[in-house]
Design a protein around this ligand. Sequence first.
Ligand code: NAD
Length: 441
Amino acid sequence: MTTTEPNPTVQDTSKLGHHAIPSYLDPNDLGPYAIYLEQVERVTPYLGKLAYWVETLKRPKRILVVDVPIHLDDGTVAHFEGYRVQHNTSRGPAKGGVRYHQDVTLSEVMALSAWMTVKNAAVNLPYGGGKGGIRIDPRKYSTGELERLTRRYTTEIGLVIGPEKDIPAPDVNTNPQTMAWMMDTYSMNVGRTATGVVTGKPVALGGSLGRADATGRGVFVTAAEALKKLGIRLEGARIAIQGFGNVGEAAARIFHDHGAKIVAIQDVTGTIYSSAGIDPRTALAHLRQSGKMTGLADTDELTRDAFWDVDCDVLIPAALEKQITDANAGRIKAKLIVEGANGPTTPAADDLLAERGITIVPDVLANAGGVTVSYFEWVQDFSSFFWTEDEINKRLDRIMGEAFLSLWDVKERHGVTLRTAAYIVACTRVLEARALRGLYP
Ligand code: NAD
């Protein structure tokens, strides 16, 4: 058998002494990577002969764990745990964000990197999947401390990143300034200005117009297509959003500008509700000024848990993973869920929602707008030729709209959920590349 003609039988890993669950994960508490592994299990029957290669999807290609020591402002030294995971590079360099959060774990970064592999393949970007993270609560540290942290982390992972190897971007609690520090540090270390090493940079530094709103815009574009399929009018549609950061705030603003009504917003500081609708710009100004979401004029404060009972047409989780579980999925009133966040829905909740006839636009499609404009940024940096915002938005809208429609077709053809359809298309693309490349050596 040649490596480009896969044997139709799936590898019997027990005979080979291989285990899908690597020893560096706790088998009793697999964390977010368990969700991803279950999603791969669900798609395997649809992969045909390519299922021969499916084990490759279950294991990250490369994991780097680094110690990140920095001087704190009080003169002491603190050490932080940092990661960079390259899940798959069969279709191109690894690509994916960097998260600063106190709960970051290896399992979480592995899952996020794997979802990037699937996402990039689902929208057909020429990338593999990667992700990074540092286990830190950035709210407790000064700007100077965060700059030192970012620079040391970038130097530590400098072994594996690069414009043609692995290209980080912002994620939870990181932003264009973080990317500027990463770009500068990497450039200093290699002795030349390497703008293409990260995306999501400030526009003044080789960033792309349209990148800041791109993920929220993609959420909006796919939601609007899904609403059309469901026969629900966008104008006046009631939207509830969890997370009011890069993704949630932009999505809320764009929905509002298209006549939809934002009825509830939840962030880490609290939850607000108004049946008359909340103006996201007013909410953002209030959040910036007061430091919290609650207390906004003409809104009611809800408990964290009551957010899941809000009467709405569209629910947009845009915060963290594992928010929609079998504990709250039965209470959700929305007809459509559009996953701005990565991994917000557990597989058990997925099943419950499918049984209840609630449509989900999965993360690997819904939030792909960010990496799509990151791809535009990377291409612009290579050619040093920059496009207008209008050109970028048009290309983004086209890619997201077409991806939605083609995945919807696959969903209809196989009678599966949109998530399984996205995994069928994406995993097929990744494994086709795997089979064509063959195993080295
Ligand atoms: P962000 O740091 O800008 O915002 C995160 C938001 O979530 C904040 O409003 C925060 O208050 C809220 N939040 C945090 N913990 C919460 C909790 N327990 N309950 C309710 N709200 C909580 O991050 P972001 O870049 O907007 O990312 C949000 C999600 O979108 C993440 O899952 C991320 O992986 C995903 N995502 C981001 C991008 C991007 O371009 N930034 C692209 C694709 C996917």
